[in-house]
Design a protein around this ligand. Sequence first.
Ligand code: ZN
Ligand code: ZN
Length: 221
Amino acid sequence: MKNPPVNPGHFMLVDTGLPSSEAKIFKRLKKIGLSWSNVRMVVLTHAHIDHAGSAVAIKALTSAPILAHALEVPYCSGQPPKLEATGPFGRTFQKTGAIQRPFSYFEPDEIMTAGEMSLDDRGFPLKIIHTPGHTPGSVSVLTQNDSAVAGDLAASGVLLGGIVLRAKPKRPPFEEDKQAVATSLELLLQRGCKTFHLGHGGPLTADGIGKHVSALRRFQL
Ligand SMILES: [Zn+2]
Ligand SMILES: [Zn+2]
């Protein structure tokens, strides 16, 4: 099978970090020999402040279109996120209100409505898969080499992706629907995903994710 065309020098940014993350992102781009002009598309795994907080600033610097799922549009435009804490850390967070702080809201340039979307025609050999659960409009980016950038579908490490216990999966501080999370992770496993890159901690292996799914399913019993 012929590989889809790939445009050298065209890169996609998945998530934009907290507000005012531009300098940090630029530093990382420079480190791998890129600049803002190389960023041709921005995909948001979901629109919590720590993932969408710099979307407006990044768009101004890159002119790249921002893609998000239709079910995430309310959060992009300022509806406070529903916060179902998964444990004490989430509850503390909830009390501080940090995750519900306002940020620069926006209307995504491209709104995904399907369960799956190929970006082959944009020169990115990637698929975007709707993987709800953490939020209703969460998506994962699936690469050709069986890796997924899965946002906050799972997490690892102490606190938010700390340096210890990074290989041990755990639930992120918030999760709107844990059974939907389990179903979404199973879908990525069925699609052959072997490495899971996460917003906090990771990467995790398919084996670790499989165990995490079983743990989530046990809540139902
Ligand atoms: Zn999140
Ligand atoms: Zn997050």
